[in-house]
Design a protein. Sequence first.
Length: 235
Amino acid sequence: MSTESVLLIDDDAPARAYLERQLAEDGFAVLAAGETRDAFALAETENPDVVLLGATLSFGSGFEVCRALRSGEEGRRWNRDVPLIMLGETDDPVERVRGLTRGADDFVSRPFAYDELLARMRAVLRRAGTCAPSERIEIGEIEIVRPSRIVRVQGEPVVLAAKEYELLVALAAEPERVFTKEELLRSVWGFRSLGRTRTLDSHASRLRRKLQLNGAEDYVINVWGVGYRLVQPLD
């Protein structure tokens, strides 16, 4: 059972209470805040492992709260790299991009299934290193040995550049899920602002080609207009 702490920032009392109950049942220590002052105080004193932040707040913009958590405030000290998931009110892609550009690691639109939110929390925690990752990952024909950074396809080693390896590990965390380009640029390259760049696409192309040369077909799949997944979902 998880022992991580989650800072839940949402002014919708019923929604906040529901998430508090569910997260507590899953073993999280829940820190709830209904206003900015409390949210910043908890971020500073409790050092949460992950933040869930409502995009629409009666006391201000969730996007600006996100920006402040990332940039910090004079005289205040908290972990500016804490994993953060925004809870959007709509499925509008403009709202999603706005959240990611303010520094969110992921964006989940309401209404959402709690199990999906929990899975996304686990994913950002794994990427942040607060959940102990498996030392060995096997996805189909691909084997990743994390301590030695060795990648094998059908038992044969594959030589990857540093960012190619990190991209593979990021995708392997949830191999069937589509990671947006914004998520990957942020988690693998550490980009804070998302300008026009072909970095991700060029690395994904090289990674795919190297895996194919070693016998692994149909990996690193480009989902047009969204991002990448490692494998196609099973039927």
